[in-house]
Ligand binder design. Structure first.
Ligand code: HEC
Length: 211
């Protein structure tokens, strides 16, 4: 039931997104077909796009750019978010991957700060707190069984076949991310703290992720 109201909320949010973006998007031929847009995101990733399902990388059709308007003029978004995910599993998988990428972004922003002369030490707390917050919710990225197809890159079925064991990994990561945020607050050893946190990323990937 919860997922039902969540879906309704998501549809609403998508609706208002489109509204905010201007009705033009609706009028564009093909703008309501989400499939080709799903993976049109060509942003640099820290892994190859080998998720094993079909990707629409073949070409970019300028007509499919979603028109956005605002104080800096009208601009077409070549990478609009997918408007619809066919199933809750698909939506959760996408959210899980994006949330993982977010954790990776915060982690790498932290290491770039700690291991360089770029300054910004005051921003370290923000990234550490973001990791702790995302870490405290990591188990929710697995609420619906959504393993990758056999042999494809993604989440392994073991996550849902051995939930008690998997829960040890999510809880340990949540604890360590909270500990790291506290270490930053206390002015502790951040380089070692980040190193310790990375263990929990790597261990979970080794045991529950197919690459
Ligand atoms: C408790 C287990 C667990 C922990 C802890 C964890 N991950 Fe993941 N991660 C996964 C799983 C499972 C996947 C595969 C998800 C999928 O494709 O559905 C994944 C995927 C990823 C991806 C690929 C996302 C994509 O777009 O396909 C990145 C990047 C990532 N994790 C980074 C991290 C980083 C960085 C950390 C630690 C700061 C971390 N993860 C901690 C389980 C975990």
């Amino acid at each position: 039931m919860q997922s039902r109201s969540f879906l309704a909320g998501a549809t609403l949010a998508v609706g208002s997104y489109v509204l905010a973006a201007g009705v033009v998007a609706y009028a564009l031929p093909g703008a309501t077909t989400s499939a080709p847009l799903l993976h049109a995101d060509r942003q640099a990733h820290d892994h190859p796009h080998g998720h094993g399902h079909s990707h629409g990388h073949a070409h970019f059709d300028p007509d499919q750019a979603e028109q956005l308007t605002g104080p800096f003029g009208a601009h077409g978004d070549r990478h609009p978010p997918a408007q619809v995910f066919a199933t809750a599993e698909d939506g959760l998988t996408e959210r899980r991957r994006r949330s993982m990428s977010a954790k990776s972004g915060h982690f790498r922003a932290l290491s770039a700060t700690l291991l360089s002369e770029a300054g910004g030490d005051d921003i370290v707390q923000i990234h550490a707190d973001a990791l702790a917050l995302l870490g405290s919710q990591i188990d929710r990225l697995f609420e619906i069984a959504s393993p990758a197809p056999d042999g494809a890159a993604g989440a392994l079925p073991a996550i849902w076949d051995a939930p008690e064991r998997f829960a040890l990994y999510t809880a340990a990561f949540a604890d360590e991310a909270a500990r790291f945020a506290q270490t930053v607050r206390d002015g502790g050893d951040l380089v070692n703290g980040l190193h310790d946190l990375r263990y929990y990323c790597v261990a979970c990937h080794a045991d529950f992720r197919q690459r």
